[in-house]
Design a protein around this ligand. Structure first.
Ligand SMILES: *[C@@H]1O[C@H](CO)[C@@H](O)[C@H](O)[C@H]1NC(C)=O
Ligand SMILES: *[C@@H]1O[C@H](CO)[C@@H](O)[C@H](O)[C@H]1NC(C)=O
Length: 246
């Protein structure tokens, strides 16, 4: 008897429900898309502070220890850059729209978020060429994305966990960043030469669209990888049907 009770307790402990405050959207709900817009919107409030019991870090700010930008050279840029102790500020204030899902064979979710101001700040170090001009420096940076629309596209596989339940594994998280304006600030360019540094920052900002165009693939990849990691912390711990009941 005692043994049975113990077994029951263990199995109760093992299958996790969604963290409290997360809403469930039913697969059969004809309004599942608007349900998900609201559910994801509300989950941002919880994700803002992180969910320690799921090992999910706070997304406000969302920290990146180290990013090596491996984007391939373009006609306007060839750059080696590294970001350290970088973070995204403003993610939790995003508005969620246009969510759609699919559950047949594979899991799919598309969504759009709008963020009034998303700042990517931290320590940079770079050397190379931007707009055909040499650039090098090391120090504080702030890349401010204004009126930003982000398109999210997640695809995943279903798999059976060791508990026999079905789980989602997000295999691909694609991010597309569409800002209305980008403001660059790189401190301490050219060994701290003030005149050259100011000139270069002005040049980057006057031509932000071209500059951002070449930087974007690296950012989209790094942000997507980070978002995938967070999504999988949740999806790997809560069975699919406890997130999306039938
Ligand atoms: C980054 O730049 C934006 C836009 O200029 C500004 O609003 C924000 O306060 C800056 N953040 C930091 C940490 O300097
Ligand atoms: C999830 O997918 C990745 C490939 O994207 C794979 O390496 C990993 O083993 C998968 N995890 C599970 C639990 O199936």
């Amino acid at each position: 008897m005692k043994f049975l009770v113990l077994l029951c307790l263990i199995s109760i402990v093992e299958v996790k429900e969604l963290p409290s405050g997360f809403e469930k959207c039913h697969q059969s709900d004809p309004k599942i898309n608007s349900c998900l817009n609201i559910a994801i919107q509300n989950s941002l409030k919880i994700l803002k502070l992180g969910i320690p019991s799921f090992n999910i870090p706070p997304i406000e700010p969302l920290k990146f220890d180290y990013i090596a930008d491996d984007s391939s050279p373009s006609s306007t840029m060839s750059l080696n850059s590294v970001f350290k102790n970088a973070e995204l500020q403003g993610l939790a204030d995003s508005k969620i729209h246009k969510t759609t899902t699919r559950f047949k064979n594979k899991f799919g979710l598309k969504s759009e978020s709008f963020t009034k101001k998303l700042d990517f700040v931290g320590q940079y170090s770079m050397t190379g060429q931007i707009l055909i001009l040499p650039i090098r420096g090391e120090g504080f940076m702030n890349i401010s994305l204004n009126e930003l629309t982000t398109k999210h596209e997640l695809t995943g596989d279903f798999y059976k966990g060791s508990d026999g339940q079905s789980y989602i594994n997000i295999t691909n998280y694609r991010v597309k960043l569409l800002p209305k304006l980008v403001i660059f600030r790189f401190d301490n360019l050219f060994n701290g030469d003030k005149t050259l540094g100011t000139t270069m920052n002005n040049l980057l900002n006057d031509n932000w669209e071209i500059v951002f165009e070449s930087l974007i693939p690296g950012y989209e990849k790094n942000f997507g990888d980070k978002f995938k990691e967070i999504a999988n912390r949740l999806f790997s711990q809560v069975p699919f049907e406890l997130i999306f009941p039938k």
